[in-house]
Design a binder for this molecule. Sequence first.
Ligand SMILES: Nc1ncnc2c1ncn2[C@@H]1O[C@H](COP(=O)(O)OP(=O)(O)O)[C@@H](O)[C@H]1O
Ligand SMILES: O=C(CO)[C@@H](O)[C@H](O)COP(=O)(O)O
Length: 501
Amino acid sequence: MCYVLGIDLGTSGVKVLAVRQDGKVVAEATREYPLLQPYPGYNEQNPEDWVQQTYLAIEEVIQKTGIDAAHIQGISYSGQMHGLVLLDDKGNVIRNAILWNDTRTSQECKNIEETLGEELYEIAKNPALEGFTLPKLLWVKNHEPDHYSRATTFLLPKDYLRYRMTCKLQMDFSDAAGTLLLDVVNKQWSLTICEALGISIDLCPELVESHHCVGNITEEVAKRCGLSSSTQVFAGGADNACGAIGAGVLSSGKTLCSIGTSGVMLSYEEHDERQYNGAVHYFNHGKQDAFYVMGVTLAAGYSLSWFKDTFAADATYESLLAQINKVPAGSNGLLFTPYIVGERTPHGDSTIRGSFIGMDASHTFNHFIRAVVEGVTFSLREALDILRESNHEINHIYSIGGGAKNDNWLQIQANIFDASIQKLENEHGPSLGAAILASYGVGWFPTLEDSVNMFVMYGETFYPQLDQVEQYERFYRSFKRIYSDTKAVNEEIKTYRDNCN
Ligand SMILES: Nc1ncnc2c1ncn2[C@@H]1O[C@H](COP(=O)(O)OP(=O)(O)O)[C@@H](O)[C@H]1O
Ligand SMILES: O=C(CO)[C@@H](O)[C@H](O)COP(=O)(O)O
């Protein structure tokens, strides 16, 4: 029997999945690593943590299953997008990675928009947002010139991990699309954007398709992890592109909701013709010559994990959510906005912060938990509204990520989105998409769709409950007001946060 490994380098941790040629997931292993937050709004990670934790997870999967390493024919990757990894001329990391949820680059974003104007949207198809890679490159150039001067190339998180395992430097189109340096339609680095912003195009690595074979596992890594150097390595994709592949979102009319650390509402796009004017992200898919649009809630699962770590550190997610059904929809008038690290969709605002609105002495811990779950889901509903307003008919949504592990939350999604919610038989998120790319790359299947048909198994469907849908529409209208009603006071109190620096 032959196998592939799918490796998802997420924000909270790395997940390694071993999948058999018949699509059976034979083992998985997850290892966490710390999120470094040296100042409010700063989010970094040490790339060496990614590498070492991945090696341990690979070892664990092989030890759990006793798989003969020579039977692992392919490996591919998915990863948290946009994070900046700078390498020197020896391939060494120059500084910690600056991540997708870091919001220090507001001034750089302003400079990019002022310099490029409409050209940015014509070429990169996206607005300059703090989470994207180009603003981070410019921030290092402006604030850490010694680091910038030593850089010979930049990579994104999963590309760096793949580089360490193959010694090959590349980036796939689906992840490159999130850098703001890619000409999305022509699938090439934009010399116009590089030159306008004083970035050498030589910093940009070779571009490849997600199913492209970049090389093999090196002898050194094979020995370290118990792999074989005969194993082929495939480029992989952005975590949301791989999440879409792993849920079978490979054709028009299909939509994904992914509640990971971030939250994503994503719809497949066959062509690049629709204009969204930056209201949502527009990226190359991991499926060749396809695209997708998506809205992002910066702190989706992160809002729940932050609340758990801060107020119930010893609880499990299961125990935390077990009682929320005892609280009615709308949490008896308690509303939460998930803007605890700023927000992207629909409010591109790095200054806004979260709120609990309507706190009453009668509210209990369970009300707060349910309010967090509902607030995250309301935020994703705002992204869904943008997609529906641009003529995406969306009545059925595939749900993945940590938030898809809880049936109460899946039912709340159905009621707030007013759509049926499709759970996968086994929730593996983007790592399944990465495994599918490897299975297609090694030639087990003639098309990506054939691999999806073999690997993806759908589970329970959750249907909207009319009475709850109607109640949520009322609460949703109140939720949407909170951003504009709290924007000014958040701008006032920002200085109190900054003085923590
Ligand atoms: N059993 C669970 N029930 C509900 N939410 C969960 C559960 N496990 C994890 N989560 C949520 O999912 C998030 C992590 O999702 P995941 O897709 O694993 O993360 P990432 O890919 O961003 O590292 C956590 O922030 C947490 O809020
Ligand atoms: O910034 C984005 C997408 O634009 C995020 O979706 C990151 O890609 C992080 O993903 P998770 O760790 O939340 O899966």
